[in-house]
Design a protein around this ligand. Structure first.
Ligand SMILES: C[S@@+](CC[C@H](N)C(=O)[O-])C[C@H]1O[C@@H](n2cnc3c(N)ncnc32)[C@H](O)[C@@H]1O
Length: 470
Protein backbone atom coordinates (compact mmCIF):
# COMPACT_ATOMS: atom_id res chain seq x y z
CA UNK A 1 0.00 0.00 0.00
CA UNK A 2 1.24 3.51 -0.66
CA UNK A 3 0.11 6.83 0.60
CA UNK A 4 -0.99 9.83 -1.45
CA UNK A 5 -2.00 13.35 -0.40
CA UNK A 6 -3.68 14.00 -3.76
CA UNK A 7 -7.07 14.66 -2.03
CA UNK A 8 -5.36 17.34 0.09
CA UNK A 9 -3.92 19.12 -2.96
CA UNK A 10 -7.37 19.03 -4.56
CA UNK A 11 -8.82 20.60 -1.38
CA UNK A 12 -6.22 23.36 -1.48
CA UNK A 13 -6.85 24.11 -5.17
CA UNK A 14 -10.62 24.22 -4.57
CA UNK A 15 -10.04 26.79 -1.80
CA UNK A 16 -7.49 28.81 -3.77
CA UNK A 17 -4.80 28.01 -1.16
CA UNK A 18 -1.11 27.39 -1.76
CA UNK A 19 1.09 24.99 0.17
CA UNK A 20 2.60 28.05 1.88
CA UNK A 21 -0.88 29.09 3.04
CA UNK A 22 -1.41 25.61 4.45
CA UNK A 23 1.93 25.69 6.25
CA UNK A 24 1.02 28.97 7.90
CA UNK A 25 -2.52 27.90 8.77
CA UNK A 26 -1.50 24.65 10.48
CA UNK A 27 1.78 26.09 11.81
CA UNK A 28 3.82 23.29 10.31
CA UNK A 29 7.53 23.20 9.60
CA UNK A 30 8.90 23.27 6.04
CA UNK A 31 10.09 19.69 6.60
CA UNK A 32 6.49 18.56 7.24
CA UNK A 33 5.23 20.30 4.09
CA UNK A 34 8.10 18.72 2.13
CA UNK A 35 7.08 15.28 3.44
CA UNK A 36 3.51 15.89 2.31
CA UNK A 37 4.86 16.92 -1.09
CA UNK A 38 6.71 13.60 -1.37
CA UNK A 39 3.80 11.45 -0.18
CA UNK A 40 5.75 10.53 2.95
CA UNK A 41 4.04 9.77 6.28
CA UNK A 42 3.50 12.64 8.75
CA UNK A 43 2.20 12.43 12.33
CA UNK A 44 -1.51 11.94 13.09
CA UNK A 45 -1.40 15.26 14.91
CA UNK A 46 -0.52 17.05 11.65
CA UNK A 47 -3.37 15.28 9.83
CA UNK A 48 -5.80 16.29 12.59
CA UNK A 49 -4.65 19.93 12.35
CA UNK A 50 -5.21 19.87 8.58
CA UNK A 51 -8.72 18.40 9.02
CA UNK A 52 -9.60 20.99 11.66
CA UNK A 53 -8.24 23.89 9.63
CA UNK A 54 -9.92 22.84 6.38
CA UNK A 55 -12.97 21.50 8.18
CA UNK A 56 -12.81 18.24 6.30
CA UNK A 57 -12.53 14.47 6.79
CA UNK A 58 -9.34 12.37 6.74
CA UNK A 59 -10.41 10.97 3.35
CA UNK A 60 -10.27 14.56 2.03
CA UNK A 61 -6.58 14.61 2.93
CA UNK A 62 -5.15 11.13 2.37
CA UNK A 63 -5.81 8.27 0.02
CA UNK A 64 -4.19 4.84 0.06
CA UNK A 65 -3.26 2.96 -3.10
CA UNK A 66 -2.71 -0.71 -3.56
CA UNK A 67 0.65 -0.77 -5.36
CA UNK A 68 -0.23 -3.94 -7.22
CA UNK A 69 -3.65 -2.72 -8.31
CA UNK A 70 -4.40 -1.24 -11.70
CA UNK A 71 -5.61 2.01 -10.20
CA UNK A 72 -2.20 3.13 -9.00
CA UNK A 73 -1.03 5.96 -11.22
CA UNK A 74 2.61 5.17 -10.39
CA UNK A 75 2.25 1.60 -11.62
CA UNK A 76 5.19 0.34 -13.56
CA UNK A 77 7.47 3.16 -12.61
CA UNK A 78 10.28 2.69 -10.19
CA UNK A 79 10.94 6.32 -9.50
CA UNK A 80 7.90 8.37 -10.43
CA UNK A 81 5.98 9.92 -7.60
CA UNK A 82 2.17 10.15 -7.58
CA UNK A 83 2.55 13.81 -6.67
CA UNK A 84 4.18 14.39 -10.06
CA UNK A 85 0.70 15.04 -11.43
CA UNK A 86 -1.85 17.09 -9.53
CA UNK A 87 -5.38 16.96 -10.85
CA UNK A 88 -8.02 19.41 -9.75
CA UNK A 89 -11.48 20.51 -10.92
CA UNK A 90 -11.83 22.89 -13.85
CA UNK A 91 -14.51 25.34 -14.92
CA UNK A 92 -16.99 25.54 -17.82
CA UNK A 93 -16.37 22.80 -20.36
CA UNK A 94 -12.90 22.26 -18.87
CA UNK A 95 -13.62 19.64 -16.24
CA UNK A 96 -10.10 19.03 -14.94
CA UNK A 97 -6.81 20.88 -14.49
CA UNK A 98 -3.68 18.77 -14.79
CA UNK A 99 -0.63 20.28 -13.22
CA UNK A 100 2.87 18.86 -13.42
CA UNK A 101 4.85 20.59 -10.66
CA UNK A 102 8.26 22.00 -11.59
CA UNK A 103 9.91 19.51 -9.26
CA UNK A 104 8.21 16.56 -10.97
CA UNK A 105 10.47 13.85 -12.25
CA UNK A 106 9.96 13.66 -16.01
CA UNK A 107 13.10 11.69 -16.81
CA UNK A 108 12.45 8.42 -14.98
CA UNK A 109 12.95 5.08 -16.79
CA UNK A 110 14.34 5.95 -20.25
CA UNK A 111 12.41 9.22 -20.65
CA UNK A 112 15.54 11.33 -20.11
CA UNK A 113 17.75 9.54 -22.62
CA UNK A 114 17.22 12.05 -25.40
CA UNK A 115 16.37 15.72 -24.99
CA UNK A 116 13.69 15.80 -27.68
CA UNK A 117 12.36 19.33 -27.94
CA UNK A 118 8.56 19.24 -27.83
CA UNK A 119 8.07 16.01 -25.89
CA UNK A 120 5.22 15.86 -23.40
CA UNK A 121 5.72 14.89 -19.75
CA UNK A 122 5.34 11.11 -19.35
CA UNK A 123 2.79 11.79 -16.62
CA UNK A 124 0.28 12.71 -19.34
CA UNK A 125 0.12 9.38 -21.22
CA UNK A 126 0.62 7.56 -17.90
CA UNK A 127 -2.55 9.09 -16.44
CA UNK A 128 -4.54 8.28 -19.59
CA UNK A 129 -3.33 4.68 -19.49
CA UNK A 130 -3.95 4.43 -15.74
CA UNK A 131 -7.58 5.30 -16.41
CA UNK A 132 -8.26 3.20 -19.50
CA UNK A 133 -5.55 0.63 -20.29
CA UNK A 134 -5.60 -3.03 -19.41
CA UNK A 135 -2.62 -5.35 -19.93
CA UNK A 136 -2.65 -6.87 -23.40
CA UNK A 137 -4.36 -3.90 -25.05
CA UNK A 138 -2.83 -2.20 -28.11
CA UNK A 139 -1.85 1.44 -27.75
CA UNK A 140 -0.96 3.57 -30.79
CA UNK A 141 0.82 6.90 -30.93
CA UNK A 142 0.61 8.11 -34.56
CA UNK A 143 3.01 11.04 -33.94
CA UNK A 144 5.29 9.32 -31.46
CA UNK A 145 8.14 11.90 -31.33
CA UNK A 146 10.65 10.54 -28.84
CA UNK A 147 8.53 7.55 -27.80
CA UNK A 148 7.12 8.80 -24.48
CA UNK A 149 3.76 7.07 -25.01
CA UNK A 150 5.42 3.86 -26.15
CA UNK A 151 7.48 3.57 -22.95
CA UNK A 152 4.41 4.20 -20.79
CA UNK A 153 2.32 1.71 -22.79
CA UNK A 154 4.99 -0.97 -22.41
CA UNK A 155 5.31 -0.53 -18.65
CA UNK A 156 1.51 -0.67 -18.40
CA UNK A 157 1.67 -4.11 -20.06
CA UNK A 158 0.26 -2.95 -23.41
CA UNK A 159 1.52 -3.57 -26.92
CA UNK A 160 2.86 -0.31 -28.31
CA UNK A 161 2.79 0.94 -31.89
CA UNK A 162 4.44 4.21 -32.86
CA UNK A 163 4.47 6.14 -36.14
CA UNK A 164 6.16 9.36 -37.15
CA UNK A 165 7.26 10.95 -40.41
CA UNK A 166 10.68 11.83 -39.01
CA UNK A 167 13.32 9.03 -39.05
CA UNK A 168 15.19 10.66 -36.13
CA UNK A 169 12.08 10.35 -34.03
CA UNK A 170 11.62 6.71 -35.08
CA UNK A 171 15.16 5.84 -34.02
CA UNK A 172 14.80 7.53 -30.63
CA UNK A 173 11.41 5.90 -30.04
CA UNK A 174 12.75 2.46 -30.87
CA UNK A 175 15.67 2.91 -28.48
CA UNK A 176 13.76 4.33 -25.50
CA UNK A 177 11.13 1.58 -25.65
CA UNK A 178 13.39 -1.40 -26.34
CA UNK A 179 14.36 -3.80 -23.56
CA UNK A 180 18.11 -4.21 -23.82
CA UNK A 181 20.49 -6.62 -22.16
CA UNK A 182 22.39 -4.20 -19.98
CA UNK A 183 25.58 -6.24 -19.94
CA UNK A 184 25.77 -6.29 -23.72
CA UNK A 185 25.33 -2.50 -23.87
CA UNK A 186 27.96 -2.00 -21.18
CA UNK A 187 30.48 -4.20 -23.01
CA UNK A 188 30.00 -2.28 -26.27
CA UNK A 189 30.19 1.07 -24.45
CA UNK A 190 33.47 0.09 -22.87
CA UNK A 191 34.83 -0.99 -26.28
CA UNK A 192 34.08 2.40 -27.89
CA UNK A 193 35.36 4.26 -24.80
CA UNK A 194 38.70 2.48 -25.11
CA UNK A 195 38.84 3.27 -28.82
CA UNK A 196 38.03 6.93 -28.24
CA UNK A 197 40.83 7.11 -25.68
CA UNK A 198 43.20 5.56 -28.20
CA UNK A 199 42.07 7.87 -30.99
CA UNK A 200 42.57 10.86 -28.69
CA UNK A 201 46.11 9.95 -27.72
CA UNK A 202 47.24 8.66 -31.12
CA UNK A 203 45.82 11.43 -33.23
CA UNK A 204 42.52 13.19 -33.61
CA UNK A 205 42.10 11.33 -36.85
CA UNK A 206 40.71 7.92 -37.43
CA UNK A 207 42.94 4.88 -37.42
CA UNK A 208 41.73 2.87 -40.44
CA UNK A 209 43.28 -0.31 -39.06
CA UNK A 210 41.17 -0.26 -35.91
CA UNK A 211 37.83 -0.94 -37.55
CA UNK A 212 36.73 -2.27 -40.92
CA UNK A 213 35.29 0.64 -42.83
CA UNK A 214 35.19 4.35 -42.54
CA UNK A 215 31.80 6.01 -42.70
CA UNK A 216 31.97 9.28 -44.57
CA UNK A 217 29.03 11.58 -44.16
CA UNK A 218 27.92 14.30 -46.49
CA UNK A 219 26.13 16.91 -44.42
CA UNK A 220 24.93 19.18 -47.19
CA UNK A 221 23.95 22.61 -45.87
CA UNK A 222 24.53 21.44 -42.27
CA UNK A 223 28.26 21.16 -43.03
CA UNK A 224 28.72 24.75 -41.75
CA UNK A 225 27.89 23.74 -38.17
CA UNK A 226 30.76 21.25 -37.78
CA UNK A 227 34.49 21.75 -37.63
CA UNK A 228 36.63 19.34 -39.64
CA UNK A 229 37.79 17.81 -36.36
CA UNK A 230 34.26 17.31 -35.01
CA UNK A 231 33.13 15.76 -38.26
CA UNK A 232 36.11 13.38 -38.36
CA UNK A 233 35.46 12.28 -34.80
CA UNK A 234 31.77 11.68 -35.48
CA UNK A 235 32.71 9.68 -38.56
CA UNK A 236 35.07 7.51 -36.52
CA UNK A 237 32.30 6.72 -34.08
CA UNK A 238 29.86 6.08 -36.93
CA UNK A 239 32.30 3.65 -38.53
CA UNK A 240 32.54 1.73 -35.26
CA UNK A 241 28.74 1.75 -34.91
CA UNK A 242 28.28 0.41 -38.43
CA UNK A 243 29.97 -2.85 -37.51
CA UNK A 244 27.65 -3.66 -34.58
CA UNK A 245 25.68 -6.62 -35.90
CA UNK A 246 22.43 -6.51 -33.95
CA UNK A 247 20.27 -3.67 -35.25
CA UNK A 248 18.72 -2.57 -31.90
CA UNK A 249 22.20 -2.24 -30.37
CA UNK A 250 23.51 -0.41 -33.42
CA UNK A 251 20.55 1.95 -33.09
CA UNK A 252 21.29 2.57 -29.38
CA UNK A 253 24.82 3.80 -30.12
CA UNK A 254 23.63 5.75 -33.16
CA UNK A 255 20.99 7.59 -31.12
CA UNK A 256 23.67 8.44 -28.54
CA UNK A 257 25.62 10.16 -31.31
CA UNK A 258 22.55 12.03 -32.62
CA UNK A 259 21.90 13.23 -29.06
CA UNK A 260 25.19 15.16 -28.84
CA UNK A 261 25.20 16.86 -32.25
CA UNK A 262 23.97 20.23 -31.05
CA UNK A 263 26.58 20.31 -28.29
CA UNK A 264 29.52 19.41 -30.53
CA UNK A 265 28.55 21.78 -33.33
CA UNK A 266 28.34 25.57 -33.55
CA UNK A 267 24.52 25.39 -33.49
CA UNK A 268 22.97 27.29 -30.60
CA UNK A 269 21.68 25.15 -27.76
CA UNK A 270 19.36 27.64 -26.09
CA UNK A 271 16.94 28.25 -28.93
CA UNK A 272 14.72 25.77 -30.70
CA UNK A 273 15.67 26.85 -34.21
CA UNK A 274 19.04 25.69 -35.46
CA UNK A 275 21.21 28.77 -36.09
CA UNK A 276 24.95 29.40 -35.73
CA UNK A 277 26.03 30.66 -32.29
CA UNK A 278 29.34 32.42 -32.92
CA UNK A 279 30.14 32.80 -29.20
CA UNK A 280 29.56 29.18 -28.32
CA UNK A 281 32.21 27.05 -26.67
CA UNK A 282 31.92 23.89 -28.74
CA UNK A 283 32.27 20.64 -26.77
CA UNK A 284 34.59 17.77 -27.69
CA UNK A 285 32.90 14.87 -29.55
CA UNK A 286 34.60 12.03 -27.69
CA UNK A 287 34.01 13.52 -24.26
CA UNK A 288 30.36 14.27 -24.98
CA UNK A 289 29.78 10.85 -26.51
CA UNK A 290 31.27 9.18 -23.43
CA UNK A 291 29.04 11.26 -21.14
CA UNK A 292 25.95 10.56 -23.23
CA UNK A 293 26.64 6.81 -23.17
CA UNK A 294 26.99 6.87 -19.38
CA UNK A 295 23.67 8.67 -19.06
CA UNK A 296 21.93 6.18 -21.34
CA UNK A 297 23.47 3.19 -19.61
CA UNK A 298 22.35 4.51 -16.20
CA UNK A 299 18.80 4.85 -17.53
CA UNK A 300 18.88 1.32 -18.94
CA UNK A 301 20.15 -0.07 -15.64
CA UNK A 302 17.42 1.70 -13.71
CA UNK A 303 14.71 0.55 -16.12
CA UNK A 304 15.71 -3.11 -16.26
CA UNK A 305 12.70 -5.21 -15.33
CA UNK A 306 10.17 -2.36 -15.56
CA UNK A 307 8.96 -3.38 -19.01
CA UNK A 308 6.13 -5.81 -19.50
CA UNK A 309 6.29 -8.77 -21.84
CA UNK A 310 4.83 -6.73 -24.66
CA UNK A 311 5.30 -6.06 -28.35
CA UNK A 312 6.78 -2.90 -29.80
CA UNK A 313 6.41 -1.69 -33.40
CA UNK A 314 7.81 1.58 -34.68
CA UNK A 315 7.62 2.61 -38.33
CA UNK A 316 7.41 5.56 -40.64
CA UNK A 317 3.91 6.69 -41.56
CA UNK A 318 1.79 9.77 -41.93
CA UNK A 319 -0.70 10.07 -39.07
CA UNK A 320 -3.31 11.04 -41.67
CA UNK A 321 -3.01 7.62 -43.33
CA UNK A 322 -2.00 4.89 -40.92
CA UNK A 323 -1.03 1.38 -42.06
CA UNK A 324 -3.52 -0.16 -39.61
CA UNK A 325 -6.79 -2.02 -40.12
CA UNK A 326 -10.14 -0.47 -39.21
CA UNK A 327 -11.20 -1.06 -35.59
CA UNK A 328 -7.93 -2.77 -34.65
CA UNK A 329 -6.61 -0.82 -31.65
CA UNK A 330 -7.79 -0.03 -28.12
CA UNK A 331 -6.21 3.32 -27.30
CA UNK A 332 -4.75 6.13 -29.43
CA UNK A 333 -2.72 8.92 -27.83
CA UNK A 334 -1.83 11.88 -30.06
CA UNK A 335 0.46 14.80 -29.34
CA UNK A 336 0.75 16.66 -32.65
CA UNK A 337 3.04 19.57 -33.52
CA UNK A 338 1.36 22.71 -32.17
CA UNK A 339 0.28 25.57 -34.34
CA UNK A 340 3.12 27.74 -33.03
CA UNK A 341 5.79 25.01 -33.27
CA UNK A 342 8.84 25.28 -35.42
CA UNK A 343 8.64 22.30 -37.76
CA UNK A 344 10.20 19.23 -36.14
CA UNK A 345 12.21 18.58 -39.30
CA UNK A 346 13.88 21.98 -38.85
CA UNK A 347 14.67 21.30 -35.19
CA UNK A 348 16.25 17.95 -36.11
CA UNK A 349 18.08 19.09 -39.24
CA UNK A 350 21.56 18.23 -37.91
CA UNK A 351 20.48 14.73 -36.91
CA UNK A 352 18.74 14.22 -40.26
CA UNK A 353 21.89 15.41 -42.04
CA UNK A 354 23.89 12.73 -40.20
CA UNK A 355 21.40 10.15 -41.51
CA UNK A 356 22.00 11.52 -45.02
CA UNK A 357 18.56 13.12 -45.21
CA UNK A 358 17.86 16.70 -46.23
CA UNK A 359 15.34 17.98 -43.69
CA UNK A 360 13.29 19.62 -46.45
CA UNK A 361 12.23 16.13 -47.58
CA UNK A 362 10.63 15.48 -44.19
CA UNK A 363 9.32 19.03 -43.95
CA UNK A 364 7.06 18.40 -46.94
CA UNK A 365 5.34 15.52 -45.14
CA UNK A 366 4.79 17.16 -41.77
CA UNK A 367 1.75 18.60 -40.09
CA UNK A 368 3.00 22.09 -39.30
CA UNK A 369 2.26 25.75 -39.46
CA UNK A 370 5.44 27.59 -38.60
CA UNK A 371 8.65 27.92 -40.55
CA UNK A 372 8.49 29.51 -43.97
CA UNK A 373 5.09 27.79 -44.19
CA UNK A 374 3.79 30.49 -41.84
CA UNK A 375 3.97 32.97 -44.65
CA UNK A 376 1.75 30.93 -46.91
CA UNK A 377 -1.68 32.49 -46.79
CA UNK A 378 -3.45 29.17 -46.31
CA UNK A 379 -1.08 27.78 -43.62
CA UNK A 380 -3.73 27.81 -40.89
CA UNK A 381 -6.29 26.14 -43.11
CA UNK A 382 -3.81 23.40 -44.07
CA UNK A 383 -2.89 22.81 -40.42
CA UNK A 384 -6.51 22.52 -39.32
CA UNK A 385 -7.51 20.26 -42.21
CA UNK A 386 -4.48 18.07 -41.48
CA UNK A 387 -5.38 17.92 -37.77
CA UNK A 388 -8.98 16.94 -38.64
CA UNK A 389 -7.65 14.09 -40.81
CA UNK A 390 -5.37 12.85 -38.01
CA UNK A 391 -8.39 12.69 -35.68
CA UNK A 392 -10.52 10.99 -38.33
CA UNK A 393 -7.81 8.38 -38.82
CA UNK A 394 -7.65 7.72 -35.07
CA UNK A 395 -11.42 7.16 -35.13
CA UNK A 396 -11.09 4.69 -38.02
CA UNK A 397 -8.44 2.48 -36.39
CA UNK A 398 -10.06 2.44 -32.93
CA UNK A 399 -12.32 -0.42 -31.88
CA UNK A 400 -15.83 0.67 -30.88
CA UNK A 401 -15.57 1.79 -27.27
CA UNK A 402 -11.87 2.58 -27.81
CA UNK A 403 -10.29 5.65 -26.27
CA UNK A 404 -8.48 8.51 -27.98
CA UNK A 405 -6.57 11.10 -25.95
CA UNK A 406 -5.00 14.18 -27.49
CA UNK A 407 -2.83 16.97 -26.20
CA UNK A 408 -2.70 20.12 -28.33
CA UNK A 409 -2.18 23.79 -27.58
CA UNK A 410 -3.85 27.08 -28.43
CA UNK A 411 -1.49 28.81 -30.83
CA UNK A 412 -0.99 32.40 -31.78
CA UNK A 413 -0.60 34.01 -35.17
CA UNK A 414 0.23 37.71 -35.48
CA UNK A 415 -0.85 38.27 -31.87
CA UNK A 416 -4.20 36.58 -32.49
CA UNK A 417 -4.95 33.54 -30.35
CA UNK A 418 -6.22 30.52 -32.28
CA UNK A 419 -8.39 28.38 -29.95
CA UNK A 420 -7.19 24.99 -31.12
CA UNK A 421 -8.65 23.30 -28.01
CA UNK A 422 -12.17 24.56 -28.72
CA UNK A 423 -11.79 23.76 -32.44
CA UNK A 424 -10.65 20.24 -31.56
CA UNK A 425 -13.80 19.75 -29.45
CA UNK A 426 -15.92 20.60 -32.49
CA UNK A 427 -13.91 18.32 -34.75
CA UNK A 428 -13.98 15.24 -32.56
CA UNK A 429 -17.72 15.47 -31.93
CA UNK A 430 -18.28 15.93 -35.65
CA UNK A 431 -16.26 12.79 -36.30
CA UNK A 432 -18.35 10.76 -33.85
CA UNK A 433 -16.33 10.74 -30.63
CA UNK A 434 -17.92 11.38 -27.28
CA UNK A 435 -15.80 13.64 -25.05
CA UNK A 436 -15.20 12.10 -21.64
CA UNK A 437 -12.78 14.62 -20.17
CA UNK A 438 -11.48 17.99 -21.28
CA UNK A 439 -8.54 19.00 -19.12
CA UNK A 440 -6.21 21.94 -19.26
CA UNK A 441 -2.57 21.07 -18.80
CA UNK A 442 -1.21 23.96 -16.77
CA UNK A 443 2.33 24.84 -17.75
CA UNK A 444 4.59 25.40 -14.79
CA UNK A 445 7.88 25.64 -16.55
CA UNK A 446 9.48 28.97 -17.24
CA UNK A 447 10.22 28.36 -20.86
CA UNK A 448 10.26 31.22 -23.37
CA UNK A 449 6.93 30.06 -24.68
CA UNK A 450 5.15 30.24 -21.38
CA UNK A 451 6.72 33.54 -20.49
CA UNK A 452 5.98 35.14 -23.83
CA UNK A 453 2.39 33.86 -23.61
CA UNK A 454 2.64 32.54 -27.13
CA UNK A 455 1.37 29.24 -25.81
CA UNK A 456 -0.78 29.51 -22.73
CA UNK A 457 -3.18 26.61 -22.54
CA UNK A 458 -2.55 23.08 -23.55
CA UNK A 459 -5.63 20.93 -23.85
CA UNK A 460 -5.93 17.28 -23.02
CA UNK A 461 -9.12 15.86 -24.47
CA UNK A 462 -10.03 12.25 -23.76
CA UNK A 463 -12.80 10.78 -25.88
CA UNK A 464 -14.53 7.52 -26.62
CA UNK A 465 -15.32 6.13 -30.05
CA UNK A 466 -19.05 5.88 -30.46
CA UNK A 467 -20.67 4.80 -33.70
CA UNK A 468 -20.32 7.92 -35.79
CA UNK A 469 -20.13 9.23 -39.29
CA UNK A 470 -16.40 8.99 -40.02
C1 LIG B 1 4.87 17.15 -30.36
S1 LIG B 1 5.81 15.93 -31.16
C2 LIG B 1 5.40 14.46 -30.29
C3 LIG B 1 6.23 14.34 -29.05
C4 LIG B 1 5.96 13.09 -28.28
N1 LIG B 1 4.68 13.12 -27.63
C5 LIG B 1 7.06 12.90 -27.25
O1 LIG B 1 6.77 12.94 -26.05
O2 LIG B 1 8.22 12.78 -27.64
C6 LIG B 1 4.99 15.74 -32.69
C7 LIG B 1 5.61 14.73 -33.63
O3 LIG B 1 4.75 14.64 -34.77
C8 LIG B 1 5.56 14.29 -35.88
N2 LIG B 1 4.78 14.56 -37.10
C9 LIG B 1 4.57 15.73 -37.75
N3 LIG B 1 3.74 15.55 -38.79
C10 LIG B 1 3.43 14.24 -38.82
C11 LIG B 1 2.59 13.45 -39.65
N4 LIG B 1 1.93 13.98 -40.68
N5 LIG B 1 2.48 12.12 -39.39
C12 LIG B 1 3.16 11.56 -38.35
N6 LIG B 1 3.97 12.26 -37.53
C13 LIG B 1 4.09 13.59 -37.75
C14 LIG B 1 6.80 15.14 -35.70
O4 LIG B 1 7.89 14.61 -36.42
C15 LIG B 1 6.99 15.08 -34.17
O5 LIG B 1 7.89 14.05 -33.84
Amino acid sequence: MSLSYLPLWKQLTARGMTRGDLQEAIKASSATIAKLGKDEPVSMEVIERICETLNCEISDVISMHNDMGSSDSCRGSKTANCQDLIISDGEGYIDEVWEIPTKANTTYLTHGIYRYIGKFPPQVPREVLRRYAKPGMTVVDPMCGSGTTLVEASVAGCNAIGFDVNPVSLMISEVVATQYHYDKLAALASEISELMKKWTTDSIFFDPASIPAKTKVSLGKSEIYFSEEAKEKCENILAWISQIEEVPYRMFFHVALLAILRRVSSANVKKINVTVDHDKKVKDVYQEYGKQLNKMLDAEKESAGAWGDTELRVSQADARKLPLDDESVDIVIIHPPYLSNTAFSEMTMLQLAFLGIDHKQIWKKELKMRGSYLHETDGLRKYLIGWYRVLQEAFRVLKPGGICAIENGDGQIDYVRIPVGAITREYVQDIGFEIKTHAVHKMNNNTGWTLSHRMKDQHIIIMEKKNGNA
